[in-house]
Design a binder for this molecule. Structure first.
Ligand code: GUN
Ligand code: ZN
Length: 425
């Protein structure tokens, strides 16, 4: 039986970084027909009601039906240490992250946190994510099992580190290759799951390990590869010391076969002109993590890069300070303001949906509302708190009605979530 979801509907016919807000499509009294896990029809509510008279109706009134949010860079193992006070990236990793990630040697703990993380993500309207796991293969199993049981489209990979990490959190070039390969063969393409080759970042991998993972990627070119790039200035200086043979941070990856269109680079704040030119030429993707970049004091991402590169949006939990992609959009807006770039709500919603889907090369499957796309939907109550409700009373259009929810909203704004054509919860 088909389900007909009624409400305001927001979708994208183009890229707002090229076409401005006109790239968005808004239907005030709209409808989305969902059948067999896919979006089967979209249009005005009256038309769809007449066309599909037997469909089960879910009337959300004035709420806004959006594609589900996609978090393009998250560390699910850091769920329990989100909002830990810290100084700079490397201190924060050593003080909070590595001790917490050590606990994932226990598969039972990994299972608890993976389930907790998935439920938090869904409660915040995030229907897909690309996560780092820990060094432990069972942390990948825990994540994929949690996503699979919820029928979510999700990505993760074993986080590889063979130096500058504590005993118990280090692998080797060979074991990183072997473990990644066997996890890839076990999980990649199962249901809606995809394996991502995941060297953590150049400070914690030797050139030998990066080379081994480059060789693995050459064997499985359809996979994505994710890592961190140029997040903090002192991190970049450290990379220069650790990889003296490389021209710059990007070259530590490029020289080992880790720069191709399926490469997804988190943060990417302090890029050199050569790095930007090379990333653009290759067609790699960047992921903006604005709450993390302010929380850890990393810097201000240059959003003009979104005009020429694929750019996704992400929480970077737990370096990021929120599970909410609404908060993340608000932070992206504020960071852009500090760089003199005013992002329209159309840019923000696009980044959290289509933009992240494109960064993960999945925009033919998720991230938009169109016939044939997978039915992952997030339905936003645009008056979820008294503060938001009063700010929307004089709204003249959908953007004025939506922006207070972007700036002030949280999980209370999530009226409903659909995953693979089924309502969650
Ligand atoms: N760089 C390498 N690992 C991490 C991490 O876990 N969080 C953040 N924010 N940056 C990183
Ligand atoms: Zn990260």
């Amino acid at each position: 039986m088909a389900d007909l979801i009624l409400g305001q509907v927001l979708s994208f016919a183009g890229n707002p970084f090229h076409d401005g807000p006109a790239a968005a499509r808004h239907e005030t009294h709209g409808a989305v027909l969902v059948q067999d896990g896919l979006i089967a029809d979209v249009g005005p509510a009256d038309t769809l009601r007449a066309r599909h008279p037997t469909a089960r109706i879910h009337d959300h009134g004035r709420a806004l039906i959006s594609a589900g949010f996609i978090d393009a860079h998250v560390h699910y193992p850091q769920t329990a240490i989100i909002a830990s006070w810290g100084k700079r990236l490397i201190d924060w990793l050593n003080q909070y992250t590595f001790p917490e990630e050590m606990r994932f040697a226990d598969p039972a703990y990994a299972t608890v946190i993976a389930g907790r993380y998935m439920d938090l993500a869904l409660a915040h309207g995030t229907t897909s994510m690309c996560s780092y796991a820990t060094i432990h293969p069972t942390s990948v199993d825990a994540f994929f099992t949690a996503a699979q049981s919820r029928k979510m489209r999700a990505w993760t990979g074993k986080t590889c580190m063979d130096r500058n990490a504590p005993e118990g959190l280090r692998d080797t070039a060979q074991s990183a290759y072997d473990d990644s390969k066997s996890l890839l063969n076990k999980w990649h393409g199962q249901d809606r799951l995809s394996y991502v080759i995941t060297p953590r970042f150049s400070p914690t991998s030797t050139p030998e390990q990066l080379h081994a993972l480059g060789a693995l990627w050459a064997e499985y070119p359809a996979c994505l590869m994710q890592t961190h790039l140029s997040e903090q200035v002192d991190e970049i200086a450290w990379v220069r010391d650790l990889h003296p043979q490389s021209r710059d941070y990007l070259d530590t990856y490029e020289s080992q076969g880790l720069l191709r269109p399926g490469a997804v680079f988190g943060h990417s704040i302090h890029l050199t002109p050569r790095e930007i030119a090379r990333l653009t030429e290759v067609g790699a993707a960047l992921v903006h993590c604005p709450t993390s970049n302010t929380f850890i004091g990393s810097g201000l991402f240059d959003m003009t890069l979104a005009t020429t590169l694929r750019v996704g949006l992400a929480t970077d939990t737990g370096g990021g300070s929120s599970f909410s992609m609404l908060h993340t959009m608000a932070a992206a807006y504020e960071v852009a303001q500090l760089r003199g770039q005013a992002l329209h709500p159309a840019h923000l919603m696009w980044l959290a949906t289509v933009g992240s889907a494109r960064a993960l090369m999945a925009d033919h499957q998720i991230g938009n509302i169109a016939v044939g796309m997978e039915a992952d939907l997030t339905i936003l109550n645009l008056a979820s708190t008294p503060a938001i409700e009063q700010a929307t009373r004089r709204a003249d259009d959908i953007w004025q009605a939506l922006f207070p929810t972007i700036m002030l909203g949280d999980d209370r704004a999530i009226a409903a979530v659909w995953v693979a054509g089924r309502p969650v919860g």
